[in-house]
Design a protein around this ligand. Structure first.
Ligand SMILES: CC(C)(COP(=O)(O)OP(=O)(O)OC[C@H]1O[C@@H](n2cnc3c(N)ncnc32)[C@H](O)[C@@H]1OP(=O)(O)O)[C@@H](O)C(=O)NCCC(=O)NCCS
Length: 167
C-alpha cells in the first residue's frame, strides 16, 4: 500500500471531518461524536499560528492525520510540542499511524528544534501506546478520570519523548 504524507491543505477538511465521524477516531481522542463539517472547514482554512497538521493519503483518500501543537505561550515551553494522531477504523493496522508519527518526529527533530514531544493517550489504548513506545515515548504518569468517554471517566497516560540526539 502506497502511503504519502503531506501537510494538510484547506481542501482536506472533508477528509478530516469524515475521519472524525468514525467512532474509534473520536473515542480514542478528545473529539466529540457527530463533528461539524463547518468547524473542520474553518480549522483548515484558518489554521492557528504554530500548529502543523499532516495528512496520510492512499490514492485520493485521506487515511489519517496528525498534528503538532505548541506546548503553551511561555517562551520557557518553546522546546515542547504536543502530538495528536487519528486513523479511522478502515485504515487502522496498515502502517498509516507509523508513517504519520515518523513524519511528526522527523519534522519536530529536524526542522522545529523541538526537544520534548508530549501527548496523552487513554490508558486502555494498547495499540496507540505500543506505537508511541516504538518511537521512544515513555510513560510519565497517569491522569485519573481525565476525560469522559461514552458516559465514563477514563484515565489517560502522560507520555513524552525527549529528542534522542542534539543538532
Ligand atoms: C492508534 C492509531 C493512531 C494507530 O495507527 P495505525 O495506523 O492503526 O497504526 P499502524 O498500522 O502504523 O501500527 C499499528 C499496528 O499495525 C502493525 N503494522 C504496521 N505496519 C503495518 C503494515 N504495513 N501492514 C499491516 N500491519 C502493520 C504494527 O505492527 C502495529 O501492530 P500492533 O498494534 O499489533 O503492535 C490508530 O489506530 C488510531 O488512530 N486509532 C483511533 C484514534 C486513536 O486512538 N488515536 C490515538 C490518540 S492518542
Amino acid at each position: 500500500m502506497d502511503i504519502t504524507v503531506r501537510r494538510a491543505e484547506p481542501g482536506d477538511f472533508e477528509g478530516l471531518w469524515r475521519n472524525f465521524s468514525d467512532e474509534s477516531a473520536y473515542s480514542g481522542t478528545l473529539q466529540l461524536p457527530m463533528p461539524s463539517r463547518e468547524l473542520w472547514r474553518k480549522r483548515l482554512a484558518e489554521p492557528a499560528e504554530g500548529h502543523y497538521t499532516f495528512v496520510a493519503c492512499v490514492g485520493e483518500e485521506i487515511a489519517g492525520h496528525a498534528g503538532l501543537h505548541p506546548g503553551g505561550n511561555s517562551p520557557r515551553r518553546a522546546h515542547a510540542m504536543s502530538v495528536g494522531l487519528a486513523v479511522p477504523s478502515p485504515w487502522q493496522g496498515k502502517g498509516v499511524g507509523t508513517r504519520l508519527l515518523g513524519t511528526l518526529t522527523g519534522f519536530a527533530d529536524g526542522w522545529l528544534n523541538v526537544f520534548r514531544l508530549e501527548l496523552t493517550v487513554f490508558a486502555d489504548n494498547e495499540r496507540a501506546i505500543a506505537l508511541y513506545r516504538r518511537f521512544g515515548f515513555e510513560v510519565e504518569g497517569t491522569h485519573r478520570a481525565y476525560a469522559l468517554r461514552d458516559g465514563r471517566f477514563v484515565d489517560t497516560l502522560a507520555m513524552a519523548r525527549l529528542r534522542p540526539k542534539g543538532p
